[in-house]
Ligand binder design. Structure first.
Ligand code: DGL
Length: 275
């Protein structure tokens, strides 16, 4: 039994998202759990997920999960707000999502005026998944949500900082109602959004707590591994392998910028339709 557990412990963690967004979780995991190996899949060929219908999101997520299962991982994490919003329909017991619940808990702990905002993809906002969770934790909170369909394509195309007028304009429009409603806490309900958190912070005048779902997911994974006695026993730095469904060049370039190290050598393209 001890040997089986040992073997399990040292397997990698499988993480997926539609593209770059899940790297916000990878970055946080590297800091919190430096000895863990990671296999990451970004479905760059089929992103964005957040503008797709529920049936498509579920069928894509099932293929992503099947791919990660083929990599013999110890757990599979959806680092995607959109997939996490439809997790009940997925019917995949192996899948764990640390995005929604921990982000809502963190928002509930931080808010002082009980006015909480949520931004997400259109599919996430339509599902009301965050609102339902927040209502359970914080029944008296005023919750305001806004879908931001332009943000994921802008981020995936490299518009990630203040030098982009297009990005700043879109963010200013999306933030308007949160300023009017005086929310004091905003859940970045899509794992892509922390990549542009400085632009969002500026649009809100630096006065709003921003909840980063990538960091919340990393904290959740740590807790899950500790509680289930599954922390890696390796002592050196974890290894990272990245898989994508389209063009390695672009993805690695952007990922290098975001993660602060070169992942080019460890990135491979796969045919996700086989899974
Ligand atoms: N990072 C995904 C999320 O958290 C983006 C979804 C998309 O591809 O639209 O929702």
């Amino acid at each position: 039994m001890e040997n089986i557990l040992k073997k399990e412990k040292n397997k990698p963690i499988g993480i997926f998202d539609s593209g770059l967004g899940g790297l916000t979780a990878v970055k946080a995991i590297k800091k919190l759990l430096p000895h863990e190996d990671i296999v990451y899949f970004g479905d760059t060929g089929r992103m964005p997920y957040g503008t797709k219908i529920e049936k498509k999101i579920i069928s894509y997520a099932n293929q992503d999960i099947n791919f990660l299962k083929s990599k013999n991982v110890k757990m599979i994490i959806s680092a995607c707000g959109t997939v996490s919003s439809y997790v009940k329909q997925l019917n995949t017991p192996e899948l764990i999502t640390g995005v929604i619940k921990p982000s809502c808990q963190s928002a509930a702990n931080l808010t002082k005026n009980h006015k909480i905002g949520i931004i997400g993809t259109s599919a996430t906002i339509k599902s009301n998944a965050y609102i339902k969770e927040l209502h359970k934790i914080c029944p008296d909170a005023k919750i305001i949500q806004q879908d931001c369909p332009l943000l994921v394509p802008l981020i995936e195309n490299g518009f990630t900082d203040k030098s982009s007028d297009m990005l700043c304009k879109a963010v200013n429009i999306y933030m308007k109602k949160f300023i009017e409603e005086k929310v004091d806490t905003l859940i970045l309900g899509c794992t892509h959004y922390p990549i542009i958190k400085d632009v969002i912070n500026d649009a809100l005048g630096g006065r709003v707590n921003l909840i980063n779902p990538g960091e919340e997911t990393a904290k959740f994974i740590k807790k899950h591994l500790e509680e289930n006695n599954l922390l890696s026993e390796k002592s050196g730095p974890g290894t990272y392998n990245f898989f994508i469904s389209k063009e390695t060049y672009d993805f690695s370039e952007k990922a290098n910028l975001f993660l602060g190290y070169n992942i080019q050598k460890n990135t491979q393209r796969i045919d996700i339709h086989k899974y």
